[in-house]
Design a protein around this ligand. Sequence first.
Ligand code: SF4
Length: 305
Amino acid sequence: MIKFNAGCNFCPHHCNTDRANGEKGICNLDDKIYISSICSHMGEEPPISGDSGICNVFFSHCNLQCVYCQNHQISNNEIEIESVSLEKVIEQITKILDTGVRSLGFVSPSHQIPQMTRIIDAIRAKGYNPIIVYNTNSYDTVETIALLESYVDVYLADFKYADNSLGEELSGIKKYADFATLAIREMITQKGTSLLLDDQGIALKGVIIRHLVLPGHPENSIEVLNRLADMSDSKITLSLMSQYYPAYKAMEFPALNRSLQQKEYQRIVDYLDCLGFKNGWIQELESQDTYQPDFNNEHPFEKTN
Ligand code: SF4
């Protein structure tokens, strides 16, 4: 188990706060477990969801504050979330795994690393051995990713910005591009560039990189693709996403106050092709309506009307 020590430096904010003694850093959390939803989810990439879905644990709060966050209800603590006991978490997860779901995903875990490893240890102690998916915004340190080698099977990692100043403007953090590049390199070092699938097409080991194309920022997407091509010889499995819609504070940023246009998305798709990426998925532009979660619901991704 990974434990909190006297100063929390698990993510690049390096707050050095004593969370085990109740201090809170930029993520605004102590050392307890804070979860907004545990549910079976079909909406991830095919080797992650498979036919039965993945059991996703959505941690609350976040170490980023993206102005366009589609999960702002939970990342920005708009829905008040109490800490939850480890026993309760394990009960909910095992109930889902008992239905035949094989993968266990942790969504936005970068600021709850010790909590995540406590959950994984407890699940394994009960005799379960799900495929562990670390679904991260990639604002992680290399040191933390190195600690996770024996815990994580598949890294499902965003690469949001290749431009530090854009990360600062839109997510309120310094040096996102630098930290994410190093973290993703470490993920690739651990798991390789090939995605290992079983005979049912489920990912057993590897790295999948997601990039959400933002309206009005084509140069950023192009540079993200350049970096990924450079660090993986264009072999990495890539998930290019078009599901952006103006959410949260995006309306305050003129370039972000609209959906993606076909022409600007196609430019990125063509560039990806030009760089020789062959593995992965290109999301349809029509996906914008499909991915609008509501964390007030027990199942955030199911429409209630
Ligand atoms: S996990 Fe939270 S407390 Fe720790 S360094 Fe990151 S923001 Fe700061």
